[in-house]
Ligand binder design. Structure first.
Ligand code: FAD
Length: 365
């Protein structure tokens, strides 16, 4: 089956959906295809069994000084609140000794979206013309043909021909999974391969409890561990939507980033999850023994985020640089717009919006 459109957006994460909303507002003919059976990409907020609260398994925060995120949330009428920061931080040394007397909060001032970040994705999707959106469409080949730029999906069973294609997925993933004809210039392919996908090496564990009981202990839910398996933990409790909804008695949640390297935790999900719960008991006491729900997401294992090169993530936030497509057959036909292509906020949610804005300018749309 072959379709035609002016602009093809590949990837329905934040950058792709935001781009689609901008194109739709300007009356452009576009089509968006997404490989997964859900939108959102790295934004993923499943809900608990016993409550309707959602828990961010990918990003959780944006920060003051990130104007596009604040503006988008205001436009979508989605409230946000400050990361819980009242109370002490728990510190665990490499031998497992724990102290709970440190009056500091590592994420104070960061904002969280009420109802989980995927709410932003839901709101963007709802606003778009549904006939232009296509899930479960995995692009594996893009070629220049006499009719335009053609993207082949799902084992070449379907094709979309466009005048311009905007790739809203991480450059390293593009280089790893999409075959280009003609080939991308060597320099471009090398730049893409060397561009780390932000947080792709990470895994996150969340435990949900009846109440945020650590607050009664004078703790914020923050922890730093040099023993593991989690190395950095934070409160992930939902916040009441309105003053009429009382969540002060629960549920409460804590999340942690795994410190165990991706290749060591591979295929060890059950053991890793048990060890995380044990660690929560060490850090926050016996009441942590019985979570009502746990979640685990290993992004390094996810073929629509990570490549094998992402098993070793960068030690610090990379300074993302421009990826050059000019002076090749792809100039004015192919554009990049995942967060990794944003020069100021690359890697962050804000960067996904920045990248989309910049791609619109480069594509003269
Ligand atoms: C664990 C974790 C924690 C994070 N924490 C934060 C945080 O607190 N704050 C923050 O600002 N940022 C954080 N980030 C980064 C943030 O998630 C990203 O900046 C943002 O979500 C990137 O959006 P994107 O649209 O550019 O890319 P993605 O969300 O990666 O979207 C790319 C899309 O392309 C799709 N796709 C892939 N391959 C194909 C294909 N072949 N064909 C079609 N579609 C395809 C994917 O399925 C995906 O939907 C975190 C990320 C992770 C993983």
């Amino acid at each position: 089956m072959t379709k035609q459109t002016d602009i093809l957006i590949v990837g329905g994460g934040l950058s792709g959906l935001y781009l689609a909303s901008q194109l739709e507002a300007k009356g452009h003919d576009y089509h968006l295809i997404e490989a997964r059976s859900r939108f959102g990409g790295r934004i993923y907020s499943p809900s608990g069994d016993d409550d309707q609260s959602r828990y961010d398994m990918g990003p959780a925060w944006f920060w003051p000084g990130q104007p596009r995120m604040a503006k988008l949330l205001n436009e979508l009428n989605i409230p946000y609140f400050d990361q819980a920061a009242t109370g002490n931080l728990v510190f665990e040394d490499p031998s497992g000794n724990v102290r709970r007397d440190l009056d500091m909060a590592t994420m104070e001032g960061a904002h969280r979206v009420q109802g989980g970040l995927e709410r932003v994705i839901d709101a963007l999707v709802t606003r778009l013309d549904q006939t232009r959106l296509q899930l479960s469409s995995n692009v594996r080949e893009i070629k220049i043909s006499e009719h335009g730029v053609s993207a082949l999906m799902n084992g070449k069973q379907s094709e979309i021909i466009a005048k311009k294609v905007i790739l809203c997925l991480p450059p390293r993933l593009i280089e790893h999974i999409i075959k280009f004809s003609p080939l991308l210039p060597d320099q471009t392919a090398t730049q893409m391969r060397n561009c780390p996908t932000w947080m792709a090496a990470h895994a996150k564990f969340i435990a949900v409890y009846e109440t945020p009981f650590w607050r009664e202990m004078g703790l914020s839910g923050d922890a730093i561990s040099h023993k593991g398996p989690m190395m950095e933990l934070h409160d992930a409790s939902p916040q009441a939507e309105s003053i009429n909804e009382d969540l002060s008695h629960g549920p409460g949640a804590i999340f942690g980033f795994l410190g165990v390297p991706a290749n060591v935790r591979k295929n060890q999900q059950d053991d890793v999850m048990n060890a995380c719960t044990q660690q929560l008991i060490t850090l926050f006491g016996e009441r942590a023994a019985k979570p009502i729900k746990v979640f685990y997401k290993d992004w390094s294992d996810d073929q629509f985020t990570a490549t094998p090169m992402d098993a070793d993530g960068p030690q610090s936030h990379p300074q993302y640089r421009p990826i050059i497509l000019s002076e090749s057959a792809w100039q004015d036909r192919l554009f990049l717009a995942s967060t990794e292509t944003a020069l100021q906020f690359g890697g962050f949610l804000e960067g996904a919006l920045e990248a989309a804005d910049e791609a619109l300018k480069r594509a003269k749309l």
